[in-house]
Write a protein that binds this ligand. Structure first.
Ligand code: IMP
Ligand code: MG
Length: 173
């Protein structure tokens, strides 16, 4: 097994998720629907929704699955929808949540799809943001941690479907 160097510890993630939830709750007073992108954002959404509850916000949860990286470390150019949400979000306030915004293609695709369906208000939240890697213009409203151009694993994020179970964010050495 490869060596993993810890980049963001379990305690650092927990503290940041709590603070982020407070910020989201303050700026989104009304109820909203979280749309998480599978599989990477599953852990983040699970922790975020409970932190939001502690911060006084109640939200529903939906998930969408987009075509993934496959087994590569490079993001694919064309994003496809593999699994859709089951409810009508027209007119609803939505918080789109992903684990990482890298080139921005996935989140931009999901955001365009939701806007096309007439969501009332759309905000974007990502645990990790790699601004140096951006290829499409998209503004992320709530960011957990900005990071550099490194490939990370853990806390939901994977390398060839491995390491999602790690409680921290690490770098494969
Ligand atoms: P984008 O479309 O290039 O922004 O890629 C976003 C998706 O690629 C995220 O939802 C992640 O699942 C995945 N991804 C991007 N960077 C990493 C990484 O460093 N480790 C693991 N997955 C990543
Ligand atoms: Mg993903």
């Amino acid at each position: 097994m490869e060596d993993i160097r810890i980049l963001i510890s379990e305690a650092e993630i927990a503290a940041r998720v709590e603070a982020l939830a407070g910020e989201i709750a303050r700026r989104s007073p009304d109820d909203f629907v979280i749309v998480g992108l599978l599989t990477g954002a599953a852990m983040f959404v699970a922790d975020l929704i409970r932190a939001l509850y502690r911060a006084g916000a109640r939200s529903e949860i939906e998930f969408m699955r987009l075509a993934s990286y496959g087994l590569a470390k490079e993001s694919s150019r064309d994003v496809r929808l593999l699994g859709d949400i089951s409810t009508d979000l027209a007119g609803r306030r939505v918080l789109l949540v992903d684990d990482i915004v890298d080139t921005g293609r996935s989140i931009a695709y999901a955001a365009a799809l939701l806007r096309q369906r007439g969501v009332g208000d759309l905000r974007i939240c990502a645990l990790l943001d790699k601004p140096e890697r951006r290829e499409v213009k998209i503004s992320v409203d709530f960011v957990g941690f900005p990071i550099g151009d490194v490939f990370v694993v853990g806390y939901g994020t994977d390398y060839a479907e491995k390491y999602r179970y790690l409680p921290y964010i690490g770098i494969v050495e």
